[in-house]
Write a protein that binds this ligand. Structure first.
Ligand code: CO
Length: 134
């Protein structure tokens, strides 16, 4: 059911420092930071040949990654995102398997303007999983 790894998201305490690490130390192509008020994050995209790394930093008051950063002050891996062809079919299959879909279970438009859902980490090896319809 799941297809390609779309991205790995890493929450960081200092976006400029994290971007410099990926650009200068690891030699990757790194975007400029972009505020995403609708999602409560500022993002830097690291483009790799086979996937992307998204560096996330809280933006604004109620950021969905603020609590994560409090618990992990030096940053850490936040979620992995897998591509699916049909997000509603994927959701229904997962619910039938007993997996928990976060929120109200309806796909939302994610940071790439595509429908996304998040799955409970306890059902997926301790990892928050995002599904994105591509
Ligand atoms: Co994501």
């Amino acid at each position: 059911m799941i297809g390609r790894l779309n991205h790995v998201a890493i929450v960081v305490p200092d976006l400029a420092a994290a971007a410099a690490t990926y650009r200068d130390t690891l030699g990757a192509a790194v975007s400029e930071p972009e505020d995403q008020p609708a999602h409560g994050v500022t993002t830097v995209f690291v483009e790799l040949d086979n996937t992307k790394i998204e560096l996330l930093h809280p933006f604004g008051e109620a950021s969905p990654v603020a609590k994560f950063l409090e618990k992990n002050p030096s940053g850490g891996m936040h979620h992995v995102c897998y591509e699916v062809d049909d997000i509603l079919a994927a959701r229904d299959r997962l619910l039938a398997e007993g997996a928990r879909v976060l929120g109200d279970g309806e796909p939302r438009i994610g940071a790439h303007d595509k429908p996304v859902l998040f799955l409970h980490p306890k059902d997926f090896c301790g990892t928050l999983v995002e599904l994105e319809q591509v």
